[in-house]
Design a protein around this ligand. Sequence first.
Ligand SMILES: O=C[C@H](O)COP(=O)(O)O
Length: 318
Amino acid sequence: MPDPAHARNAGVPFAPDWFARITVNTPAAERRADTLVARRSLKGPWQAAWLVNALRCMDLTTLAGDDTPDRVARLCAKARAPLAPHILAGLGLTGVTTGAVCVYPTMVAPAVRALDRSGIPVASVATGFPAGLMPLPLRLAEIRYAVDQGAAEIDIVISRALALRGEWAGLYDELCAMREACGPAHMKAILATGELQTLTNVYRASMVAMQAGADFIKTSTGKEPVNATLPVSLVMLRALRDYGARTGARIGFKPAGGLRTARDALNWQVLMHEEMGPDWLRPDLFRIGASSLLSDIERQLEHHVTGRYASAARQALA
Ligand SMILES: O=C[C@H](O)COP(=O)(O)O
């Protein structure tokens, strides 16, 4: 039986035979991803329910050079109440909040204060986000700083150079050190898939991250030229399924970077549902990392409840 979803990933000893002979068929992955999302059409109350679920699984994010404590406080207020009261009433819901708030390390303390007693965790990026090109001791110190500031989740970035050179044992060792530095905080491993060159590298990096104890694997920083895509996500989910088949562990998945529309929120949930099953669409196993997705979800839910869009512009969901 697989471990309960809340169980931490203990990781396993480095096992290259779990991925060394894997080669991903890119055209097949692209075809599968396309057919998956094309097959399911969500309308009316079903669509509204899936959009609310996307909110519940969202890491509401601000990772900008001009972030301030005031901006973070406003973001946290939105995380506590992402939908206007009339939309909540129209949906017959109460108490909808986002899954987490994701910020830079120096913004963790303001976020913790703003989310006090909300039950919403603060996630912090660390390890030299987004490039990760800092000496390992400094990257580990940044993790410990973010945890000390109150982060319950750490989104680390992997060394793309190690992955691109196929130095998987070196990557495993770095990730084990990061996992140790996280202490009680959950570790999400950002693979920066847009910089890994092949889907085969995406599979291998996913497997190494999980072997090293990552609690989530995450597609992107949002700062790469190419961030979350459905084919990349499909490959990561296959790795996650294979890891689970061998260990019984259930590792979380976080698409991030470029998810802007309600359609994106639906597509990724359809992919998760079709690949992993309905009970994976929960915040402890699925998160959407997004800094500008919430507004379109709110617009679509406003339309569902009132029959009109909050603004004149229409955004076709179909
Ligand atoms: O999860 C972190 C990403 O930066 C979010 O990307 P985004 O700003 O494109 O939504």
